[in-house]
Design a protein around this ligand. Structure first.
Ligand SMILES: [Zn+2]
Length: 242
């Protein structure tokens, strides 16, 4: 159940203390893919995960509207990228989780689509679980799946998922040049240190990896695998002794 699409009595009648909060970003994903990629993929995995959980348990878990802007200053050289400070991000997510707890949803899984949010979410869910009324964990979908498709950035894995969930937003005419101008690796590594704080230092067009790889069928498999992992996580969070 998506909170934006139901009325309050429908929420009151839910019989669960679980909730899912997708967390995205609005940032460049190369010349071929939408700025909203990380939100769109997080929302798709969240929806598929709660559908799988409903099928397995009969329990309907509410999905909150996605957080659309995250920690993405590293992409600011590319037009349209938006970001907030880590402090603002953590506060906004924390208070959103607290408002879910106010309605009895005090076991919250954050479904994240952006690598730049990961460290802050790990730290934040620890804080929430220790000091607030909720127990929270963060699930980053691309870390939860085994795939031959490399992650990259706007590369094979994300583009495959987009080809499955929103093919209308992938500019296939630009995929070839996106691939040609891409970098092979994230960062500029010396002695185990990434010298580059910003993505434009190592990729001219914003892409890492090869967006010509990764079919819609690959994307469907990735979403299914991520949904299965999220379903397993929801069951564990629901049954966990606090
Ligand atoms: Zn992304």
């Amino acid at each position: 159940m998506h909170l934006s699409e139901v009325a309050w009595p429908d929420v009151r009648d839910l019989d669960t203390d679980l909730a899912v909060l997708p967390v995205g970003s609005t940032e460049q994903h190369g010349p071929h893919a939408p700025l909203g990629t990380d939100r769109l993929t997080a929302e798709a995995v969240a929806a598929a995960g709660v559908a799988a959980y409903r099928e397995a348990t009969g329990v309907d878990v509410p999905v909150a509207p996605a957080i659309p802007v995250g920690i993405a200053a590293e992409h600011r050289a590319f037009d349209g990228t938006l970001w907030v400070s880590p402090d603002t991000f953590r506060s906004y997510v924390r208070e959103t989780v607290a408002s879910l707890a106010h309605h009895g949803f005090d076991r919250v899984v954050l479904v994240n689509g952006h690598g730049g949010n990961t460290d802050a979410l790990r730290e934040l869910t620890g804080e929430i679980s220790r000091f607030d009324a909720s127990y929270a964990v963060a699930f980053t979908w691309f870390d939860a799946v085994d795939s031959d498709l490399p992650m990259g950035h706007g590369g094979a894995r994300e583009t495959a998922v987009l080809r499955h969930i929103r093919p209308d937003l992938v500019d296939e005419d630009r995929a070839e040049t996106a691939s040609e101008g891409a970098s092979d690796n994230w960062g500029e590594w010396v002695a185990g240190v990434n010298l580059a704080h910003d993505s434009d230092a190592f990729t001219d067009n914003g892409v890492v990896g090869d967006p010509t790889e990764g079919t819609a069928a690959d994307g469907e498999r990735l979403v299914d695998d991520a949904a299965a992992a999220l379903c397993e996580l929801l069951a564990a969070v629901a049954g966990r002794d606090r």
